[in-house]
Ligand binder design. Structure first.
Ligand code: SAH
Length: 262
């Protein structure tokens, strides 16, 4: 573990998001024949040989870049093994889907680095019956990881085309326990609160008070906080009644949380 620490820190600093799984309970339902042929706009069609190659690459990434960097929660590891990241990246980046890096997804945004996705998810200590809120849907990858583990996932994205594509992609992949909304996640999702866990995958310069108040008693939130382009710290916030505790999980670089609907 010791020799992986610098790598892990580097990954944490260069990356973005995280998660954990309950394999059979809340994974995607089998994709019915009608949706077996994905819409070309969402992701290309891959041959069985390509799918096999992606599966092998994914396993390798999980062994080296997730377990090898210190992620221990079996539920998170199982989710990372299951979610097909190559279906969440733009066609031109498919060849890099299983490299442990964030990748561009358009609109100046990015899909988070797999290690960071795993790290943040693990920190949430999810349980199968949990209801989780994500701020910053992006590609929908982190939401899919969450959906593998918990009962209900609610996710908000401020860029409309990203929200729409992610919603269609998640549905096509059989993730029916995820609801995507276009909006400013600063305000959370009042009608669906309280949440057992909240994960923020873009960085505000302070913790939005509505997110604190929408956390259930005993709830956990992971959130990067810091100025755009500057040093950001990843915080684990826990609620105990009216008390909140915070613990630093280290330095990270996320895209900023913006306030303008696009
Ligand atoms: N979780 C994503 C990656 C997120 S990148 C994935 O797995 O692919 C951060 C995302 O946060 C971007 O898509 C950005 O548009 C979005 N974002 C920024 N500010 C936001 C806000 N106020 N509310 C909701 N989403 C926001």
């Amino acid at each position: 573990m010791r020799r992986w620490l610098p790598l892990a820190l580097l990954a944490l600093v260069t990356g973005m998001t995280a998660c954990r799984v309950s394999p059979a309970a809340y994974g995607p339902s089998p994709v019915p024949p009608a949706t077996a042929t994905p819409t070309p706009m969402l992701f290309p069609t891959f041959s069985p040989e390509e799918e096999e190659r992606f599966a092998a690459q994914r396993l390798h990434l999980v062994e080296r870049g997730i377990i090898g960097l210190g992620i221990e929660d079996p539920v998170v590891i199982e989710a990372m093994k299951r979610v097909p990241r190559h279906r969440f990246v733009p066609p031109s980046y498919v060849g890099h889907a299983y490299v442990n890096d964030p990748l561009p997804i358009g609109f100046g945004q990015s899909i988070s680095q797999p290690y960071i996705v795993a790290r943040m998810t693990e920190a949430l200590r999810l349980k199968p019956g949990d209801r989780v809120l994500e701020i910053g849907t992006g590609s929908g990858y982190q939401a899919a990881i969450l959906a593998e583990i918990v009962r209900e996932v609610y996710t908000i994205e401020i860029v409309r085309p990203l929200a729409e594509t992610a919603s269609a992609r998640l549905a096509a992949l059989g993730y029916h326990n995820v609801e995507v909304r276009h909006g400013d996640g600063y305000f959370g999702w009042e009608e669906k609160a309280p949440f057992d866990a909240i994960i923020v995958t873009c960085a505000p310069d302070h913790i939005p008070p509505p997110l604190r108040s929408q956390l259930a008693d005993g709830g956990r939130m992971v959130i990067p906080v810091g100025p755009p382009g500057g040093y950001q710290e990843l915080w684990l916030v826990e609620r105990h009644g009216d008390q909140f505790t915070t613990e630093s999980l280290g330095g990270v670089v996320f895209v900023p949380l913006t306030r303008e609907l696009r």
